[in-house]
Design a protein. Structure first.
Length: 453
């Protein structure tokens, strides 16, 4: 068996690389607006509430398409639908650059949201089919870090494009990579490993077979010197049967509790993405280039948080998703409050924002990994679309509320609102269980003892 595993290809990691780059491009297409906001406001005479509403329109379009895309993926597969979605995303990005009125800007943002909406469900479905259980948390963390990698490089890149050309050119230039990588996806990423000429039989067996995963778990458990029973008590771990019908998914509080928690956490992330550049220019009085570099700081932390969190979820917590979800909700309460006393020095503020990004994202990706442990593979697209709909609505809700708060109050109230959002998530997480997969004991074979959990 070891000889067979050594011969297997690792094409699933090529798929992961394409997922990362493709979603990073999509993240850049949605994040670039945050840097251009001051120019929108000046040219179209928009208030903070107008800007908040425009940012929210993206997520309204994004939310509308989530559940329908789950059904579409389940019926027609991922490859062609995902490719089409990515191409339309680039077209919508280009259209925003041509806008001659606030109304056209808003229409462009709605179209962008509808175009991008199917992407996360397609990616989660692809990860679920291309990776074994013990790698799904890591893969999801890499995927989520792609979205955070985009706003880490977008502010300085946009600042340079605006300085050299103008704000419209930001959208023209950003529209090009999406079309290129949509074609890469169509060429290389099949719906299932069995359909790919680049994925060996051994790798396909490794992805599909629970035997390999269980043996690895047994070996790791023999080496592990600590027990997770105390963690299971805190997170309410239970062995469950998979949710394998639409009715079971729609009636599952675990799915809805995860969805509500994700609503608030995504709201925090997109409020920061939308408004931090404006905060740095208006409150901290930074130049356009200083703003560009400091605004990337929370996303550098986010990349680290997603990657570390995904690895910890798989390897330290043995595919338990809730521990890091709880850690993220608790720590974000305090990090948002700490921003009330943020220093003016760009270096110190960057460090604080990096720490904030790490804490906010340790458990961020596990909200989307959570449905993998409680639903069947066939029904995962629907469950993932429900959770992502909640996140999309949160992304629409929070930036708009921040705009309202800024027109009536100040940034202190903004950070208090974001801290309260994280507190609500923390409470919600204790109302859902931690699903532990129901595995039949393995019979003693090839020198391995019976495995129990």
């Amino acid at each position: 068996m070891k000889e067979s595993l050594q011969k297997k290809t690792r094409f699933r990691w090529v798929v992961m690389l394409i997922i990362f780059i493709t979603y990073m491009i999509a993240g850049a297409d949605r994040a670039n607006i945050s840097v251009v906001i001051p120019y929108f406001q000046k040219e179209f005479e928009l208030s903070n509430t107008d800007i908040g509403a425009m940012a929210s329109l993206f997520y309204i379009g994004y939310a509308i398409i989530q559940i329908p895309s789950g059904f579409i993926y389940s019926k027609f597969g991922t490859r062609k639908i995902f490719t089409f979605s990515m191409i339309v995303t680039s077209v919508a990005t280009f259209f925003i650059g041509t806008a001659s009125s606030a109304l056209q800007l808003k229409i462009g943002r709605v179209l962008l949201g509808i175009a991008e909406g199917p992407l996360p469900v397609g990616i989660i479905s692809t990860i679920n089919r291309w990776f074994p259980g013990k790698e799904k948390g890591t893969a999801t963390g890499i995927y989520m870090s792609a979205m955070k990698f985009a706003p880490a490089i977008v502010p300085p890149l946009c600042a340079y494009i605006i300085y050299a050309f103008g704000w419209r050119e930001v959208f023209y230039i950003f529209a090009i990579p999406g079309i290129i990588f949509a074609l890469f996806w169509l060429w290389l990423v099949k719906d299932n490993p069995e359909e790919s000429p680049y994925c060996s039989k051994e790798e396909r067996e490794y992805i599909k077979s629970e035997e390999h995963s269980n043996i690895d778990v047994k070996i790791k458990k023999n080496k592990r010197k600590y027990s997770l029973k105390w963690v299971d008590k805190i997170i309410r771990a239970k062995k469950v049967d998979s949710l394998d019908t639409n009715r079971k998914i729609f009636l599952s509080w675990n799915i809805w509790g995860c969805t509500l928690g994700y609503f608030f956490m995504v709201g925090i992330v997109y409020a920061i993405m939308t408004w931090i550049p404006t905060y740095l220019v208006d409150v901290k009085k930074y130049s356009i280039m200083e703003m560009g570099f400091v605004a990337s700081a929370p996303w550098i932390g986010a990349i680290l948080g997603n990657l570390i969190g995904g690895w910890l979820s798989d390897n330290v917590f043995d595919k338990r998703r809730k521990p890091l979800m709880i850690v993220t909700a608790a720590s974000t309460m305090f990090s948002m409050y700490a921003l009330l006393y943020a220093p003016n020095n760009p270096m110190f503020l960057s460090i604080l924002l990096i720490i904030t990004g790490v804490l906010l994202n340790l458990g961020y990706s596990t909200f989307l990994a959570y449905p993998m442990g409680i639903t069947s593979k066939e029904k995962l697209p629907l469950a993932a679309s429900i959770v992502n709909t909640g996140g999309s609505l949160g992304g629409a809700f929070a930036p708009f509320v921040v705009g309202l708060i800024l027109d009536k109050f100040n940034w202190d109230m903004v950070f208090t609102f974001l801290s309260a959002s994280s507190l609500i998530t923390f409470i919600l997480l204790f109302t859902i269980i931690e699903p532990r997969e129901k595995i039949e004991p393995m019979i003693k074979k090839e020198g391995y003892e019976k495995i129990t959990f």
